[in-house]
Design a protein around this ligand. Sequence first.
Ligand code: ADP
Length: 252
Amino acid sequence: MTAATTARGTESLSFEEVGMTFPDGTEAVRNVSLTVSKGEFVTVVGPSGCGKSTLLKIASGLLEPTAGRVVVDRDRLGYVFQDATLLPWRTVKRNVELIAELHGMSDDERDRLAEEAIQLVGLDGFQEHYPKSLSGGMRMRASLARTLTLKPPVFLFDEPFGAVDEITREHLNEETQQLFQREGFAGLFITHSIGEAVFMSTRVVVMSARPGQIVDEFDVPFPYPRDPDLRFDPEFAGLSGEVSHALRGSHS
Ligand code: ADP
């Protein structure tokens, strides 16, 4: 018997021996056990198709695992997708208000939360702009802000900065680790970028090729807030090299 358990009030996310085999027989993930506690930012790196997105979909309840279970409070689960998924006919402000609106919050509360989130992601002044007039990085900021209005104790990020240029991605990484430091959520972040993983995380988890299994884990020792120049630190380069080595081994 498998079950994805919603545990009210839990401020962490646990995968317990989770496995996922799709109806067509594709085994995407096998025996994944991973806990992300409040105040931890865990990044999962792994080859394309190893089941990273599948894990997030299982965490959010979009997919039911075929083995094991997930323990998380789904009522306030933040989820940022690869695409900003903004509604083109709504302004930035109205897009950011959307989740609060769906949760039935009052106009005042919605306005307050949206304004706060817009300030946090650095979009002040763009409240009345429409998505089409924003850059890719700004759209992603708006998407982050929309999720922040939930004040999620657990925050899932499905490779959100994959489509933006490298400099914008670095800025977004710096802002995300500041948000993490400020909000103290339990973060689970999916990426292909080792630099992104090491820069933001408290822990990096390496998955094998399909069926995805956890093959290595690295604690990241650098204190927050992390300075952009950390990327040029020899210790940072050494740790990135270790992750890269584990990742190359995971392809075989
Ligand atoms: P990643 O995010 O690591 O790139 P995914 O989690 O998207 O990988 O996919 C893992 C594997 O499961 C891939 O081989 C993908 O083709 C397969 N897969 C994903 N969704 C389905 C599905 N609904 N049915 C069958 N196979 C699927």
